[in-house]
Design a protein around this ligand. Sequence first.
Ligand SMILES: [Zn+2]
Length: 239
Amino acid sequence: MYKSQKGRYKPDRQWPANSSDPFPMEGDILVLQFINTYRNRSRADRKDLLGSYTDFIAWCWEFGMINLDEHNYLDLEGYCHADEANLVWQRAVKLREALHEFIYGPMRDREVHEIDMLIFNELIDEANAHLRYELDNNRPRLAWIEIEDQPKGPLLKLVKQAEYLLNSQAFDHIKKCKCGNVFLDTTHGKNRRWCNPLGCGQKARMKVYRKRIAERVMGEEATVMKIELIDPKFVGEVA
Ligand SMILES: [Zn+2]
């Protein structure tokens, strides 16, 4: 990887951190990393990393949305109230797919489906019902209320993060990598092509390199064959 690219791209950790890493990080936009929990959407080796409520809150903990105590509490809540937790997990997956559609639909010149708008709006309404201005150092600040102990708490926080991204200028600079992962292009020239230059970028560069080598070898073989055909000395040896 070129030095200049390294400077522009600062992953929290390189991908893959290790082979057993359940949620490899690429970049620093929480909502995009949430969308990328459906890994490699465009490839045959696609994999959904959110297979349960347990997976969902493990992701929330790893990405700093909740602390370890909150995670452990919600994990137990999810165990004791499995139906409620299951519903939250299903809504989280629906939200993820709706957010993907918000990005990918316009890219493909495809109208975003009403269902995705409905899912998003319902969650935003629920999240707003848990937000209130409270005094903090004698200054009104927006605060979450009655959400900490609820299994859906992290989901509501996540949808507000998505709302923030949707209304920011950054949304126009979200791109999709060949592997299917989405990423925010923060480069000056907006010319970043890969979700992770250390992952997909490296693979692509290796592919081009191997193709060039193969073409060169084939070219050399063709030259040898040409020489074989016109060199009577060589033809004689073969005969
Ligand atoms: Zn990629």
